[in-house]
Design a protein around this ligand. Structure first.
Ligand SMILES: [Zn+2]
Length: 154
């Protein structure tokens, strides 16, 4: 699956800022944009309240916002953060995938990269966003890393 996504720097910074402001809880939100089957462009980020009872280890989108957003034809992606671990899908993330797979194409995780472990958890340099495409293999869903291009034009 050769997907290519444009993530404008302005929106990427909004997402990173949201993750840092809500640290040490997991931040979560929705992304809106366009996708033609191969190339996608993210146009807007909506920060959504995390309704999980254990927000430091999990996320649960505010159900009212999620349901309303499902009617938006531009809904395209989901973002959440791992406050103190790398931006890799957790077993729980994979378990929840079927809930989102019908509505979204792009799964973004913000997290701390291993080579930045010496930085303070809230330090902006320790956080990276990793993008995954949702792939259906017939029996379930998997996440495949996708190329992410940072647009300079703001
Ligand atoms: Zn996760």
């Amino acid at each position: 699956m050769n997907q290519f996504w444009m993530l404008p720097a302005k929106i990427r910074d909004e997402m990173l800022r949201d993750g840092l402001q809500r640290h040490p809880e997991e931040a979560c939100g929705l992304l809106f944009g366009t996708f033609d089957g191969r190339q996608g462009t993210i146009q807007r980020y909506l920060s959504v309240a995390n309704h999980s009872k254990t927000p430091q280890h999990a996320f649960e989108l505010d159900p009212a916002v999620w349901v309303r957003s499902c009617f938006d034809p531009q809904l395209i992606g989901l973002y959440h953060t791992h406050p103190s671990s790398p931006p890799l899908p957790s077993p729980e993330d994979l378990r929840q995938l079927p809930i989102f797979a019908a509505q979204i194409r792009l799964y973004l995780i913000g997290g701390r990269v291993s080579f930045a472990n010496d930085k303070p958890p809230s330090g902006p340099d320790g956080f990276r966003i990793q993008a995954y495409g949702i792939d259906s293999n017939g029996t379930g869903y998997t996440l495949l890393p996708v190329h992410q291009e940072n647009q300079n034009g703001e």
